[in-house]
Design a protein around this ligand. Structure first.
Ligand code: SAH
Length: 257
């Protein structure tokens, strides 16, 4: 029996130009591509004609593909000798279950290659002019999920409130109010600058900025929805400046026209 191979590939945050050259090479070799729903369709232009593309998205609340099914599908395709690309949003190992897929495939004796991707937390910050670390503002950065399984958080928000590092929250839209509350209760200043970036690097990218105590309300008012990244910390002040500059530019254009 011929055994194919599987590539676990990071597709980056959205903009197809943020794909790596190695991701492009993997796509060009693929017989079958399994795609998450946050992956931009234009990325599939790098596949050969005739490559099978299978959507295996699982957005919260919508029709979802069970993880077991995805893993079984990859194993079956690899066992049939096919070159399989599992294309995942951002980086495959950051909140992407790529680690679970890697162990399952390796346990089955399938050759796996992992291709890193630009993670949305970094891309969102960069896209609004925020440097996640900064000599004057933050000596480090924490990537953390705001999604709480069964309502119980495994994240020690009080510890994060005290750590003095930039916090980058994935999947945090629904719990923004609770996260802000927990951080303030843990001792983080209520006026800590924050930015919420929706659909970073895509044409529909949107930014809302607010002090921590007003973040959730500001996001609601601005209609910020998933997928979005929350950046919390002194470094996010630069986003507020960027937003002001954008507003100012928009007003100048309006006055001029
Ligand atoms: N592996 C992915 C994260 C998957 S979890 C990565 O490395 O980026 C899904 C979450 O990622 C979303 O809820 C949202 O918080 C974030 N996300 C993904 N793409 C995004 C984008 N273009 N803009 C803002 N947030 C994004």
């Amino acid at each position: 029996m011929s055994i194919g191979r599987v590539w676990l590939v990071g597709a980056g945050p959205g903009d197809p130009e943020l794909l790596t050259l190695r991701a492009v090479r993997a796509l060009a070799q693929a017989d079958v591509v399994l795609v998450d729903d946050l992956v931009d369709e234009r990325i599939l232009a790098h596949t050969r004609p005739g490559t099978r593309v299978i959507g295996v998205g699982k957005r919260g609340g919508c029709a979802s593909t069970p993880q077991r099914f995805i893993e079984a599908l990859m194993l079956r395709e690899a066992a049939a000798g096919h070159c399989v690309v599992r294309l995942k949003g951002g980086d495959p190992f950051l909140f992407g279950r790529g680690g679970e897929e890697l162990s399952r495939l390796r346990a089955a004796g399938v050759a796996v290659e992992v291709v890193p991707g630009v993670t949305s937390g970094m891309a969102a910050a960069t896209a609004v002019g925020v440097s996640l670390t900064h000599r004057d503002a933050s000596p480090g950065v924490v990537f953390v999920t705001g999604h709480e399984k069964d309502g119980a958080s495994r994240v020690d928000w009080a510890a994060l409130a005290r750590c003095g590092l930039t916090l980058v929250v994935y999947m945090g839209v629904a719990n923004a109010q609770r996260i802000a509350r927990a951080l303030i209760d843990g001792g983080l200043a209520p006026d800590t600058p924050c930015a919420a970036v929706q659909s970073a690097t895509r044409a529909e990218q949107r930014l809302a900025t607010a002090p921590l105590e007003a973040l959730a309300q500001r996001m609601t008012d601005a209609g910020i929805a998933s997928p979005a990244i929350l950046v919390i910390g002194e470094t996010a002040r630069a986003a507020a400046l960027a937003a002001e500059a954008e507003d100012h530019a928009a007003r100048s254009v309006a006055v001029a026209s």
